[in-house]
Design a binder for this molecule. Structure first.
Ligand code: AMP
Ligand code: ZN
Length: 495
């Protein structure tokens, strides 16, 4: 089955047909590095990380480019506030950005170009646009002439007359037409600047994405992504710059993520209602935020609240517990008669159905909520199987192992690391305890716990309750709980 994706440009769901067979060339606008990113920004970056992961899982070779906007008015203002240079502000927040992306498990792009390192390419594109009659110089600024590009407005669905309403030339701008936008800005005192044919200056914001995407991905590349707030003017202007210069379609599929919001209001730096990602990651495992984000389709608004974060944490823990229990079933002694052929076949069918459903949902414009539901349904089935069938045959045990592997693999496609959650460590005192109560001679905590359990089982079989209770009591003093189940006993860390 083919992957279908919603294209902002055509406002329809379309089948993915890539420019080059088997490859996806993909560009996602990166951050402006003037402070710590908030969880709204993070939601967008996470959505495209998952889209990239899924395309990779479906067998595509994905070239993923994301820029860093490290020259911008906001950076300049921040530098003045902090009393450091713009370059230092950009360096500090680029580092902070990379750190939180890595903590969130976002895959590193194939290329991560910085605006300040691509100035020559930007100057070249401006020159091409001027000589083609799409841009003009005005006292050291260069502007793109919007009326020279008849397709302007096709992405956002606006027409030029509508845009003219309320448009005006701001003080200090030297445009011929209020619709025009800056490609290059003459340097003002104290701002970062580079030499150019129009004098010292710096690039306008939209320019870099046109330049970097073409440099690393070529023209008519496959997927361009960003938050929905970038459709106008940023992406509209990228299209104008790139298509006016090359005469070719800029992008095949435009994908836009919905806004993360609090109390039905977009989270943004300017509204001041933002939570920085670093803060969330200080209090919750990164997968909790990932799961919360993936419970909503990437194009829909995502309502954020602390309650939803706690609910996501509980859901993630349920999944981890199921996987742990399934893995644990691997270690039980197989019985000749297990759950029986019918139940066994039903479990295997559920595994197969979960895989199919997951791919079906994800093929449908990357419906992560549907994909997750398929995995959680399988987890529920596995849980029922475990509780209803105290005796497991070797085939049952295999099927349960396959169930665990499937849950881990499918959540792994979404970037969740369910399998990596370690069983909380046993304290080293269990070794001493095992020496005293079970004659254990090694130095390994897990082996010591196993020896203690064996000693307790033997004591219980011999109806020696004093020894059995002593083992349980001493473990409890170390914060370890003994759990007796239909398939034997085990030790659990904590409550
Ligand atoms: P910026 O650094 O402001 O250019 O934003 C970086 C990315 O975050 C862009 O793709 C924006 O569209 C996206 N973004 C900004 N605010 C939000 C939000 N509240 N929810 C989702 N994405 C957002
Ligand atoms: Zn961009």
């Amino acid at each position: 089955m083919a992957i279908r994706l919603h294209n902002t440009l055509t406002r329809r769901e379309e089948e993915l047909v890539t420019r080059d067979p088997g490859r996806v060339a993909m560009y996602v606008c990166g951050p402006t590095v003037y402070n710590d990113i908030h969880i709204g920004n993070a939601r967008t970056f996470l959505s495209f990380d998952v889209i990239r992961r899924y395309l990779t899982w479906r067998g595509y070779d994905v070239d993923f480019v994301q820029n860093v906007t490290d020259v911008d008015d906001k950076i300049i203002n921040r530098a003045a506030e902090e009393g450091i240079s713009s370059a230092e502000v950009a360096r500090k927040y680029t580092e902070a950005f990379l750190e939180v992306m890595s903590a969130l498990g976002v895959t590193e792009p194939t290329h991560r170009p910085k605006a300040t390192e691509e100035i020559p390419g930007m100057i070249e594109l401006v020159e091409r646009l001027i000589s083609a009659g799409h841009a003009y110089e005005s006292e050291g600024d260069v502007y793109f002439s919007v009326r020279s590009f008849p397709d302007y407005g096709k992405l956002s669905g606006r027409d030029i007359e509508e845009l003219m309403v309320g448009a005006r030339v701001e003080p200090g701008e030297r445009k011929r037409d209020p619709l025009d936008f800056a490609l290059w800005k003459a340097a003002k005192p104290g701002e970062p600047h580079w030499p150019s044919p129009w004098g010292e200056g710096r690039p306008g914001w939209h320019l870099e994405c046109s330049v970097m995407s073409e440099k690393y991905l070529g023209t008519s590349f496959d997927i361009h992504g960003g938050g929905a707030d970038l459709v106008f003017p940023h992406h509209e202007n990228e299209i104008a710059q790139s298509e006016a210069a090359s005469g070719e379609p800029f992008v095949r599929y435009w994908l836009h993520g919905g806004m993360l919001q609090v109390n039905a209001e977009k989270m943004s730096k300017s509204l001041g209602n933002f939570v920085v990602l670093r803060e969330v990651l200080a209090h919750y495992p990164s997968d909790v935020f990932r799961l919360l984000a993936l419970q909503t389709h990437y194009r829909s608004p995502l309502d954020f609240s602390n309650e939803r974060l706690d609910e996501a944490q509980a859901a993630l823990e349920r999944l981890e517990t199921v996987v742990r229990n399934l893995r644990w079933a691997r270690d039980v002694l197989p019985q000749p008669a297990g759950a029986g052929e019918e139940k066994h076949a039903a479990l295997l069918a559920s595994v197969e159905r979960a895989r199919e459903k997951f791919a079906e949902e994800m093929d449908d414009d990357f419906n992560t909520a549907g994909g997750l539901a398929a995995v959680f349904d399988l987890a529920k089935v596995a849980n029922v199987f475990l509780s209803e069938n105290p005796r497991l045959s070797a085939e049952d045990i295999d099927a349960l192992g396959l169930t665990a592997d499937t849950i881990v693999a499918l959540t792994g496609v979404l970037g969740l690391r369910v399998a990596e959650v370690p069983e909380a460590a046993y304290p080293h005192e269990v070794v001493t305890l095992a020496r005293e109560l079970a004659g254990y001679e090694g130095d390994d905590e897990s082996a010591a716990v196993a020896a203690l359990l064996a000693a307790r089982d033997a004591a219980r079989a011999a109806k020696d309750w004093t020894v059995a209770d002593a083992v349980r009591g001493s473990l409890e003093e170390l914060g370890l709980r003994v759990e007796d189940t239909a398939r034997g006993s085990r030790v659990v860390v904590g409550g």
